[in-house]
Design a binder for this molecule. Structure first.
Ligand SMILES: [Zn+2]
Length: 439
């Protein structure tokens, strides 16, 4: 019934979205050859759009020696200059495309966890709803299904009422990730039992807080799928969430700048890039593409934002592409779960930097540790903070992790373990690495 009402509404009011959704379903079934042609065409189209309409990109590409004709060649795309957050911040409104109606520009602000906040614009004309409708289907979820969120509170007062009307008859319940207290979690659990949501969408840390509370009080909730975002999913957390909510956990990669970049399918074997909407390239420190399977910095291109083009935008995250085809059969390329932020690096006094791979420290004993945080102090010494899941297994796992870290740092840095009850998070996101080292 609910799904039928929702569908009727979509047919009446959201025809354009429905058409975009049907196109996306078609793209999902494409062969690798068809898909790579589509990616090439979309890459050239958005790069030319940026060059033609955005003063920032025209200057960036011209100064790097690219003419319009060069940009029109698909093979040149990976040679175009990378746009860093610093460059984007300095460029301000010169990034905006001049030929687009201003009402299409939706302000979006990124968090300041890795530096100062950044203002970008999302495109109101982008098919954002169909993007998540499609990904929900990968998880067995219908867009009309009741959904629980552990997220930032985005709407209040009149906006909240309009939002509810827009979603009617589906019910959405929210636990504000920035205000998780025992009473608010209890209220959320009560609503959950009444509404029985089929999907939980949450920041990893927020979902973990609810799951830990459930486990402490000897309860479970049930749902069909749990989708997490905004922080690296540590393996102990995945287990805890799957236990507490009795459902598979799907990792997603999205950001305020570029929503819905990649998501796990039911095979849970890496994250599929939504390649008809977004492109991901992995580059080394000199900006050159790396081979499949090699770690590097993520450079993303949004094919559907014409207002504030993001072409070869360096996300500040690390990953690698996975070779071969996913068991689900989709030709969409896959990336490994996104590793620590570039800022999430630890180093030795002699200058060695370790980035990425740090989340795997407890992989050999996933049940022992729920969560960890690596704090590197100004004198380079490290405190390994951890939340034990199984106290009897934790000691051995921690000793092994300490030795592994010390080896990674060539024995130059002392690592001290510290058991804690919880890892602090900001707005529901916890940092894997906190570095107090200068520079
Ligand atoms: Zn798949």
């Amino acid at each position: 019934m609910k799904r039928a009402v929702f569908r009727a509404k979509v047919h009446l009011l959201m025809r354009q979205d429905l058409r975009a959704f049907q196109d996306m379903r078609r793209h999902e079934a494409m062969s690798e050859t068809e898909l790579s042609r589509l990616i090439d065409e979309s890459s050239v189209r958005i790069a030319l759009h940026a060059f033609d309409n955005s003063p920032f990109y025209r200057e960036l590409y011209s100064e790097a020696g690219f003419s319009r004709a060069d940009i029109a060649v698909a093979d040149n795309f990976t040679r175009l200059p990378v746009v860093t957050k610093e460059r984007l911040r300095a460029a301000g409104d010169t990034v905006l495309a001049q030929n687009i109606a201003p009402h299409r520009a939706l302000l979006s602000q990124t968090g300041g966890s890795t530096g100062s906040p950044l203002r970008v614009r999302n495109d109101a004309a982008a098919p954002t709803a169909p993007m998540w409708w499609r990904i929900y289907r990968w998880w067995g979820i219908d867009p009309a299904d009741d959904t629980a969120f552990v997220y930032r509170r985005l709407r209040q007062g009149k906006d909240a009422w309009l939002y509810a009307a827009q979603w009617w008859p589906s019910r959405h319940l929210l636990l504000d990730a920035r205000a998780i207290t025992e009473p608010s979690v209890e209220e959320f659990i009560e609503q959950w039992i009444r509404v029985k949501p089929r999907l939980l969408v949450a920041y990893v840390e927020g979902a973990t807080a609810v799951a830990a509370h459930l486990e402490r009080t000897g309860r479970k909730l049930s749902t069909t799928a749990v989708s997490v975002t905004a922080a690296m999913l540590q393996s102990g957390q995945r287990e805890l969430l799957e236990r507490a909510f009795g459902a598979p956990v799907f990792d997603t990669y999205r950001s305020a700048e570029i929503p819905w970049i990649a998501a796990e399918c039911a095979a849970h074997d890496g994250l599929h890039v939504a390649a008809d909407q977004r492109r991901i390239d992995i580059i080394d420190e000199d900006g050159n593409p790396v081979d499949a399977g090699v770690d590097g910095s993520i450079v993303a291109t949004d094919f559907s934002n014409e207002v504030f083009p993001l072409v070869r935008y360096e996300m500040g995250d690390r990953s690698r592409t996975l070779p071969g085809r996913c068991a689900c059969g989709r030709a969409f390329p896959r990336i490994a779960p996104v590793q620590g932020r570039i800022a999430d690096a630890i180093c030795t006094p002699s200058g060695k930097r370790v980035t990425g791979g740090l989340s795997g420290l407890f992989l050999s004993s996933p049940g022992a540790i729920r969560q960890m945080q690596i704090v590197q102090h100004a004198d380079f010494s490290i405190t390994l903070r951890y939340v034990a899941a199984a106290p009897d297994l934790a000691d051995a796992a921690v000793m092994l992790a300490v030795r592994t870290l010390e080896d990674l740092l060539d024995g130059e840095v002392r690592v001290t373990p510290l058991a804690v009850d919880a890892i602090e998070s900001t707005a529901g996101k916890a940092r894997l690495v906190v570095s107090e080292v200068e520079g």
